[in-house]
Write a protein that binds this ligand. Structure first.
Ligand SMILES: Cc1cc2nc3c(=O)[nH]c(=O)nc-3n(C[C@H](O)[C@H](O)[C@H](O)COP(=O)(O)OP(=O)(O)OC[C@H]3O[C@@H](n4cnc5c(N)ncnc54)[C@H](O)[C@@H]3O)c2cc1C
Length: 499
């Protein structure tokens, strides 16, 4: 492949600068399973720098092999934020200076955040005003532009929808190098295209995100089930109820007894004697995870509401654990695990993750096959499983979801620290492939989230009837297929589509 040298980029006058020595660092991501070396790294000093760089590549025409990938925090799983021989835009260079909270004046509060800002910094800033975004991801060291290019899903999505349902306005640099402000009222087609758009239509340089009053504290509760049907029945009842918890997730525990001991370090059992007698006996267990917000003076009301809600659930009574933490501690919980894993050298290992969206009508047969037959041993990482409501997802965005009122997010978040055996990439991929094959053969209407398809045929199948719109939007906003080449959806005319 022809790799452009610095001369190709020299006509550009920038507030920031290009570097070349750090290209290898931009050829890595959280997935740690593939590497595409870029030609140059842009550290933008302004939005104009991004527009100038993309506009310049556009002006070189389709015969130029140059592409441009926005890189958030590089937490993609399979090269999605990389660009072989292209330009990687380090979006984090533009954070901080433009983070602005607006409240009062008769409009609902919002924050204007740069596309490269980490969600944890958005939270720190908004908390200064007693406010916070409504919808989250489980982990906050991800960027605003990165999660909005996917969907951004967590345990608040049942109430508020994913993060893409909580954006009022975007500023975008299109694949032609134009800077466009868009919202449901202005340039709406580009607005909806970019939300969940996998970086295909433009680079998000600013997002206006809806805020709500932030609680000071949350009661964080975990209860266990051994029966999958009652676990999911309770989850569904809770996400549909008017008065309910504020966060509803769940995870699967396969053949692992130690996890209950882990809980005892940070979670208090409701009944210590009963809890100490509980034996998992190698059963597959299902943990329902919930929170309820409170501020301190309303602790009694919160406890009454929690008690009333829990009394309606069918969990194993001796397995009720809870802890009270600040809202910040709760939202930033995965970072606490990150710090521990980093210390053990277990963070920067390959992550052969598989994230699926499963229609409610198939979740029981899915569980029977996957947790009963395919996964026999404890997984090398959490297995998330929780339902969300389709009505909270806007079908004008580019996000692809199953066609059913309730569907489940099921995340197999494996780490692969060893080269062979149970902890290897090969082992995890073999299980992932079996799970996907089962879904395809049983034709259960599964859609992948954070998918890493390698051919346009696979992407067409993923988008189904929505492919036509996706393709039309690509021709409109990035006609030369300059942007986010690592998604491997649209090859640039002169580039072969291979890794
Ligand atoms: C530990 C961990 C936990 C996670 N938990 C969740 C979760 O709970 N829910 C969830 O939904 N996801 C979750 N994710 C996945 C996360 O949404 C993706 O990793 C996503 O890619 C965001 O990461 P990033 O900000 O580093 O973006 P990157 O990986 O750098 O980029 C992702 C894609 O978006 C493009 N892109 C990046 N910035 C922009 C921009 N400003 N404008 C346009 N395109 C852009 C890139 O080119 C790339 O194609 C998790 C990931 C990790 C590592």
């Amino acid at each position: 492949m022809h790799v452009p040298d610095a001369d190709v980029l020299s006509p550009l006058t920038l507030d920031g600068h290009f570097t070349f020595h750090d290209a290898p660092a931009m050829a890595r991501d959280f997935g740690n399973r593939c590497s595409l070396l870029p030609a140059a790294v842009l550290h933008p000093g302004s939005v104009s720098d991004i527009a100038a760089a993309v506009g310049h590549v556009f002006s070189l025409g389709e015969r130029s092999p140059l592409t441009v990938a926005a890189r958030g925090h590089g937490h993609s799983l399979m090269c999605q934020s990389q660009a072989a021989g292209g330009i990687v835009v380090k979006m984090e260079s533009l954070r901080g200076d433009r983070l602005q909270v607006v409240h009062g004046g008769g409009v609902p509060p919002f924050v204007d955040a740069p596309g490269g800002e980490l969600w944890i910094n958005v939270l720190h800033e908004t908390l200064k005003y007693g406010l916070a975004p409504k919808s989250w991801t489980d982990y906050l060291h991800l960027t605003v532009g990165g999660t909005l290019s996917n969907a951004g899903v967590s345990g608040q999505a049942f109430r508020h929808g994913p993060q893409v349902s909580n954006v009022n306005q975007l500023e975008i640099v299109t694949g032609r190098g134009d800077v466009v402000t868009c919202s449901p009222e202005e340039n709406a087609d580009l607005f909806y295209a970019a939300l969940g758009g996998l970086g295909q239509f433009g680079i998000i340089t600013r997002a206006r995100i809806a805020l709500e009053p932030a609680p000071k504290m949350v009661r964080w509760i975990r209860v266990l089930y051994s029966d999958f049907a009652s676990f999911t029945e309770d989850q569904e009842m809770l996400i549909m109820a008017e008065k309910t918890f504020d966060y509803i997730e769940g995870f699967v525990i396969i053949n692992r007894t130690g996890i209950l001991n882990n809980w005892r370090t940070s979670f208090k059992p409701q009944d210590p004697v009963q809890a100490s007698r509980f034996q998992s006996d190698g059963r597959v267990l299902y943990c329902l995870e919930l929170t309820k917000k409170f501020n301190g003076d309303d602790v009694d009301t919160m406890e009454q509401e929690v008690t009333a809600l829990l009394s309606r659930l069918g969990y194993i009574r001796s397995t009720m654990f809870h802890t009270d933490v600040t809202y910040l501690e709760f939202l930033d919980r995965v970072h606490t695990s990150e710090v521990k894993l980093r210390a053990q050298g277990l963070w920067e290992v390959p992550h052969p993750w598989l994230n699926l969206l499963i229609p409610r009508s198939s979740i029981q047969i899915f569980a029977k096959e996957v947790f009963g037959k395919i996964l026999k041993d404890s997984n090398n990482g959490p297995i998330l499983l929780y339902p969300v409501n389709k009505s909270k997802w806007d079908n004008r965005t580019s996000v692809v979801i199953p066609d059913e009122e309730i569907f489940y997010l099921v995340g197999f978040l494996s780490s692969a620290p060893s080269l062979s055996g149970h902890g290897s990439v090969a082992h995890a991929m073999n299980l992932n492939n079996q799970i996907v094959e089962f879904c395809e053969e049983a034709d259960i209407g599964m859609k992948q989230y954070l998918a890493a398809y390698t051919t346009q045929q696979q992407w067409k199948a993923h988008f189904g009837a929505r492919w036509e719109t996706f393709e039309r939007r690509k021709h409109t906003y990035d006609p030369l297929a300059i942007l986010a080449p690592g998604q491997r959806i649209f090859p640039k005319a002169s580039l072969p589509l291979s890794l």
